[in-house]
Design a protein around this ligand. Sequence first.
Ligand SMILES: Cc1cc2nc3c(=O)[nH]c(=O)nc-3n(C[C@H](O)[C@H](O)[C@H](O)COP(=O)(O)OP(=O)(O)OC[C@H]3O[C@@H](n4cnc5c(N)ncnc54)[C@H](O)[C@@H]3O)c2cc1C
Length: 689
Amino acid sequence: MMTHLLERFPVGLFDVTLFEATARLGGKILTQRFDTIPAIYEAGVAELYDYSNIGLDPLKTLVQELGLKAIPMHGYAVVLGDEILRSEHDFRRRFGLPSFRALNEFHKTCTALCSSSDYYEGHVAVDRQHPWAHRTFREVLDKIPDENARRYIEAAVRSDTATEPHLTSALNGLKNVVMDDPRYMRLYSIEGGIEKVVEGIVDGLKQTEIVRESRLIAMGRAADGRYRLRVRNHDRTVTCDFDRVVLALPHNWLGQIDFEDVPLRLAMQKHLARYDHPAHYLRVTVVFERPFWRGKVGGSYFLSDAFGGCCVYDEGLRHACEPYGVLGWLLAGSTAATLCNLGDRELIACALDSLPKSLAAGRGLFKEGRVHRWINTISGLPGGWDVQELRDRHMPAPVSDPGLHLVGDYLFDCTINGVFDSAEYVSEAILSEWRQRAYNEAAEGATSALATPTAKAGPLGSDYFDFYDGESPYEDSFEEHFDETYTVDLIHTIFRYSPPYRLLDCGSANGLTLQRFARKDVEAWGIEYSPYIYARTPEPWRARNIYGDVRKLPFDDGFFDFVYETCLCYLPEADLDTAISELFRVCRVGVFFGSITTDMTKEVIEAYELFEGIQTFSTLWEWSERFVRNGFRIATSDLKVLQRAWKIEIKANNGDFAWYPDMESMRYCFYVKPDAPPPRADQGAVSLG
Ligand SMILES: Cc1cc2nc3c(=O)[nH]c(=O)nc-3n(C[C@H](O)[C@H](O)[C@H](O)COP(=O)(O)OP(=O)(O)OC[C@H]3O[C@@H](n4cnc5c(N)ncnc54)[C@H](O)[C@@H]3O)c2cc1C
């Protein structure tokens, strides 16, 4: 996935070599064939998660781009002992109203404590402050006042957490409980096997050298400072040097590498200790002469309280195997770790023994059994007890080893979707850093385009404004580039507010925007830090265009409805929390974030020399982390709204370079306060056709 994402960058930017320890790519995505029947089954990863009903879903998009067919998966039944409960109504009939109420109450508590949008966004700041972040799952399960409800929930969730309730957080438990709610996500498989995703990715790789059967065993430094990797290939150890290394390995494999340099070894030890929450799976897959369970227990899978809680997949529903039937047991946690010491025959017998009485006759239909052991291969507490910010998670030693990134599912939620997110973050961070370095090197070589800052000219100097788009002064480029209709339309689309409202233009230069906004019935105010450009404010607008600092805004709390921000990137990173918390203080509804980001398109960055004067080089995703840390939330993930916003963006760029690479960028440009007042009733959503 990492190499797939890296290949989105322009050819020639870097050469990528991928080392894989084994002869096959795919790791725990493992689609296998039986010996006795011509059918396939999933021996590792069981399903993929679909978030497309909430917002953009990069994995689902990739699946579609690869031309693969998604097979929806559903499961409704839970087996408790010999009882098959086909739905929660069965549960009510069997255990009575008090148990049913306790079950519902627990689900309601979980959904109240984590909305589908918070679940989807998975923000560090939100997770950190969550009331269940520092309790164990055991503690909250034991508060369920009804034993039947508790047993049901424990059985249902165990195969997802893959660990014991006392070894994981209540927040992680909660997230695994809501996974079964289609408002949060849906499950799907891939026609022909989940491994098709890996094949599709590999087929598409054009610039990556793939070196199989080559296990990284040690990592140190060459004399020129580059990373020196020692790779074991059959009986040889090969040495190769690289400028940058991404270790896209799960926690268990990462621990097997020898980090030769002391600072990196110490940092990696710390990282590995922080994320050391081993969890286990064991898969037993059995072919039967026929699918004898159908009609008694339905769905693509059912949950069972056998083995302390396991999931049993009807493999034949996704990978055709008629007239046979295939059941796959996914055992989890310490049970899996303990039972893995048994031989295959005994494990298959245990699985067959676990069938409820009404299905026990199926044992006689046994045809073939397969066992796959996955001990210590995943995390029982992805993200750890104290969730780190994205950069800290992915860069274990930013000072001594800025050239090393980690990619791992254990840093997110221990799923394929999570590993994709992790890879996406790292690929963007690499591009960002590369662009910053290239810019700095070019700036060092050339005489600076910016005149030296003086007290009179402000931190950006005077040339910044005199050659605003590289050629003409601010006033001329303003006429060409500023469009108040664009801003007002986007605010309407995202926040559903239309004028009149009060807006702060943060980074307002000489206040020309104010009179343009006034044409739209927007009461705009400005704040500008450069005395040089501020001095050119026309007299009538001096009362509302204020000379000041975004880090200390001279306005009352909630004075503005919106902030239109274009200056944060010119501040040092250390000051950003202060500035964003000021924005949070003075606005009632939200912020339109318009600063320069390192993942804007190459064309626009180069054409307008956008990096001039920037002090904080960050991707949109990194900026979003800062906004959320300071109390904001991403304003919308709604696909339809984003599509409308993207349409406005494209229209505004008409005939010119696109500023942002894709629609997803729009998601990170707007932030709302969690307690923002709703728009007035007369302000319906704008229709843009
Ligand atoms: C039984 C089971 C069921 C699961 N079910 C699901 C599910 O339904 N849905 C879901 O989203 N996730 C599921 N997961 C989790 C999912 O498998 C992981 O999130 C995902 O595989 C992580 O991908 P990865 O590339 O980080 O690690 P892996 O898939 O483990 O791949 C790591 C690769 O690195 C190679 N390697 C290791 N060490 C070295 C080295 N030193 N040098 C070079 N190469 C090396 C390995 O050979 C392997 O190919 C399941 C996991 C298991 C075990």
